[in-house]
Structures are given as structure tokens and as C-alpha cells.
Design a protein around this ligand. Structure first.
Ligand SMILES: Cc1cc2nc3c(=O)[nH]c(=O)nc-3n(C[C@H](O)[C@H](O)[C@H](O)COP(=O)(O)OP(=O)(O)OC[C@H]3O[C@@H](n4cnc5c(N)ncnc54)[C@H](O)[C@@H]3O)c2cc1C
Length: 424
């Protein structure tokens, strides 16, 4: 229920940032820096519904916060169009991210995978640096204060209502995230705020980077705890190989997890809307095809296919695949069974029954399309004065620091522009 207030005596601020996590803190900091640079202080307030700020930054990367990746391109993302994503990433690159944090006293180290983490190995240093810089620039951090409604105001600005005194803001930057890890405060309310101001959403909004559940009692669940490098790929109903991800893969008591599974999850889930016959498959021995593995089996000589497989795969998995193909330890294996083993090893169909939902997801697929914002400014095309940044937009990255880089890049553009626009 919303009451009509007289806005005459209401507090007015220059920039209201709604959501004070990665994108919101970055936007607020860069609005503050830009205003300082231009020599005119402005009042910036960042509101967040959570009791503690930056919950997602703290849990990210297993508590180490994978801040960015040494090389970020539009190919690392899905959602809105690649050229649009590239344009925004180009305004604040991964190199600039590293410099930004270095200047705040957080040096980053690159790991073998290309991921960049704070040298301290502690996400806390990342969050503290952002909070310190925001406060040093005079950004007012107001929490817990959920914003429940934003309306255009006749003054040309916005009227904000929620768990704080109603207020007027000349400009609003919406950084409310998506729906992943709802207990962190990102529960999708930002989508409703955006729609109320005239935006549409790319729907359905689904979990991305999410573990996948297999049919009850599937043999893979008995391998729970097994981690190995594998390749996951999608095959369309017509048999066309679509997308693939090869990296660490984890068998669990419910099904599949690990980077390769998380990366392909949004593609699999989206495919079910357009072509429900699309299948998710796993190649337990990336680099081998059905044919090349069968040739190797043939050439294996003594020991037979199972013996060979056990040299390349964990014992439990090799035995399970052999059992499914009807093969035991013997050397004389009928051709059909040997071929079946090659097929099962390089292309086991994964009967996914569902994903594990937003509670276990690391990102969100869907949201406000980039076509509804001006990419040079992140300002809304449908609601002037409103800007958007971060996961509330229809952009989701793969595992590796890409989602934070999107938050930094889009937050930088939105914050910088909001301050400049106030001066013009
Ligand atoms: C477990 C986990 C691990 C992750 N690890 C990594 C990683 O290592 N590297 C990486 O790149 N990405 C990682 N991610 C993804 C990354 O955390 C997000 O993409 C990123 O935080 C998005 O930033 P954001 O500011 O747009 O949204 P969020 O971080 O989701 O923040 C949105 C904020 O808005 C607030 N909010 C929402 N609605 C309202 C409202 N109505 N009023 C006021 N406040 C509101 C929320 O409380 C929240 O603080 C991880 C995600 C999870 C869940």
C-alpha cells in the first residue's frame, strides 16, 4: 500500500543509487569521482535492502572474490547482443579494473585459469576498499532500506518510496541485481521497479550458472564427489552440435555441478523453450571422439577396452561406463559393445529434470534488454534520468570473473554519466 505524500518538504538528493553491491557501489564511486573532477559536489545516496552490504561480493569465488579475468571479451557473455556488450565493456576494461583496485590498495593476482583474485585471497579486502572509497567521496550508504516504488515526479526527477523516508532524486541508477542468491537481497524486485518505469524484460528470467538435477537414482549420482575435466555440449533435436564448455566437472548426489555444468546451464535451460528436444551430453574424455576412442580401443591390444579406460578415467567411472556397455574385464569384447562404450564415454546423454533454482545459482539470465538503454551512458531510452547497471540487465557471463567485470563496466558508465548529466 502506498500513501500519497506531499513532496514539498521532502529531502532531495542528486543521485539515488538503488542497490549498493558491485554495480551500485561502482556507480556511486564514479558519480562521486566525476563530480569531484568537475569541481561541483553532489549528493549521492546508495540504498540497499540488505542488513549487511556486499553479501555477494563476500561469498564470491568461495570467499576469495574472483574480481575479473585477465582477458574479457563479449564472447564470454550471453543475453543481449554481443556488439552492445562489447561497447559497454570497452568503456571500462579488465585492465582498468585491476588499476582501480590497485589504487585502492587491493592488488590482484592472476591464477592459471586467467581469473584475477585479490592477493590477500580475501573478498573482504575488495568490499572494504569499495566501501571506504564510497565513504571518502561522501556517498551516503543507507541500509537496510529497500526501495519499493519509484515514480516519475513532476519536477523531472523521481519520487522514491520504501523502507526509508520518501525522497526526491534528480537521477536514479538502478543496480538491484537479478534473482540469484535471493537471501543476499537480490530477489528480483528491481525488475518490477524497472517495469513500473516503462521497461520490458527479456523473459523468462531463469537461473544461470546453476547446478543441474538428474533423474532420481541416475548412475552418475552414485559417483558423488568425483571431479574430473570433461566437456559438456548441447545437441539440437536435429542433431546439430550447438555450444560446448570443457572444464572441471563435478558429480553430486543430485546430479551435476562444477564450472563446465554451471557454464552450460543457462544455454540448456534456454534451449528447452525453443527446442525441447535439445539434449545435454557429456564427453568424459575431452579431445576424443566416438571414432577416435574406438580406434584406440582397437589398438589397445592386451587388456581390452576397460583396462584402457581405467588408465584415462577414475576407476569408478570407467567401471560404470563399462557395465553400462555390458563389458567386463575380458579382452574379447564384441564390436557393438566396444562401440557402445566409445559412445557412452564421449557422449553420455544427461537426463536433466530441473535446475537447482536461484538459491544455488550464481547469476541470472534475462532482465532489461540492452536495446532499452543508451550504451554510451547506460541511461534508459524509455525513462530519461534513470540509468541501469549490473545484473538487472539482460547480460550474464560465464564463470571466471566476467559477471563482476560487467558490474564494474556498466556501473562505471552509469555513474560517470549521471554526474556529468547533472552538471550539463
Ligand atoms: C555464490 C556466488 C558466487 C559468485 N562468484 C562470482 C565471482 O567469483 N566472480 C564473478 O564475476 N561473479 C560472481 N558471482 C556473480 C556476481 O556476484 C554478480 O553478478 C554481481 O554481484 C552482480 O552485481 P549487481 O550489483 O548487479 O547485483 P547484486 O550483487 O546482486 O546486488 C544487488 C543489490 O541490490 C539490492 N537490492 C535489490 N532490490 C533492492 C531494492 N528494491 N531496494 C534496495 N536494494 C535492493 C540487493 O540487496 C543487493 O545488495 C557470484 C554470485 C554468487 C551468487
Amino acid at each position: 500500500m502506498f500513501f500519497q505524500f506531499s513532496t514539498k518538504y521532502m529531502q532531495t538528493i542528486d543521485v539515488a543509487v538503488v542497490g549498493a553491491s558491485a554495480a551500485g557501489l561502482f556507480a556511486a564511486i564514479h558519480a562521486g569521482r566525476t563530480a569531484r573532477l568537475l569541481g561541483r559536489p553532489i549528493k549521492i545516496s546508495a540504498f540497499d535492502g540488505a542488513r549487511k552490504l556486499g553479501a555477494k561480493i563476500l561469498v564470491a569465488g568461495g570467499g576469495r572474490c574472483n574480481v575479473t579475468h585477465w582477458r574479457v571479451t563479449e564472447q564470454d557473455f550471453s543475453g543481449s547482443s554481443a556488439p552492445a556488450i562489447r561497447k559497454v565493456l570497452g568503456r571500462f576494461t579488465e585492465l582498468e579494473t585491476a588499476t582501480f583496485f590497485e589504487q585502492l590498495g587491493v592488488s590482484l593476482k592472476r591464477e592459471e585459469t586467467g581469473k584475477l583474485f585479490p592477493a590477500s585471497n580475501s573478498a573482504r579486502t575488495v568490499l572494504n576498499a569499495l566501501l571506504r572509497e564510497a565513504q571518502a567521496l561522501g556517498v551516503e550508504l543507507i541500509y537496510p532500506a529497500r526501495i519499493r516504488r519509484i515514480d516519475r515526479h513532476e519536477s523531472g526527477g523521481f519520487h522514491l518510496q520504501g523502507d526509508c523516508e520518501p525522497l526526491l532524486a534528480n537521477r536514479v541508477i538502478l543496480c538491484t541485481g537479478g534473482k540469484a542468491l535471493p537471501k543476499s537481497g537480490s530477489d528480483g524486485e528491481g525488475f518490477a521497479l524497472a517495469c513500473h518505469l516503462g521497461h520490458t524484460l527479456v523473459e523468462p528470467i531463469i537461473p544461470a550458472l546453476v547446478p543441474l538435477v538428474l533423474e532420481d537414482g541416475h548412475w552418475i549420482t552414485a559417483l558423488s564427489g568425483l571431479t574430473l575435466p570433461a566437456e559438456l555440449f548441447l545437441k539440437s533435436g536435429a542433431g546439430k552440435r550447438l555450444v560446448s564448455f570443457a572444464s572441471s566437472t563435478l558429480c553430486t548426489h543430485f546430479g551435476m555441478s562444477g564450472p563446465s555444468v554451471l557454464d552450460i546451464s543457462r544455454h540448456y535451460l534456454r534451449s528447452q523453450d525453443t527446442d525441447p528436444h535439445t539434449q545435454l551430453l557429456i564427453n568424459w574424455l575431452p579431445g576424443f571422439t566416438n571414432e577416435s576412442l574406438d580406434e584406440l580401443f582397437l589398438a589397445s591390444g592386451s587388456g581390452g577396452p576397460l583396462s584402457l579406460l581405467r588408465r584415462h578415467l577414475p576407476d569408478r567411472l570407467a567401471r560404470q561406463l563399462a557395465t553400462l556397455a555390458g563389458i567386463d574385464d575380458s579382452r574379447n569384447v564384441p564390436r557393438e559393445r566396444r562401440r557402445l562404450l566409445a559412445t557412452l564415454t564421449t557422449a553420455t546423454v544427461l537426463p536433466v529434470i530441473r535446475d537447482r533454482g536461484f538459491t544455488f545459482a550464481e547469476a541470472t539470465a534475462g532482465g532489461v534488454p540492452l536495446s532499452e538503454v543508451r550504451l554510451e551512458t547506460m541511461e534508459s531510452r524509455v525513462c530519461p534520468g534513470l540509468s541501469l547497471a549490473g545484473e538487472v540487465l539482460d547480460v550474464d557471463g560465464r564463470i571466471g570473473g566476467f559477471n563482476f567485470q560487467w558490474a564494474w563496466s556498466s556501473g562505471f558508465v552509469a555513474g560517470t554519466h549521471a554526474a556529468k548529466a547533472l552538471m550539463s
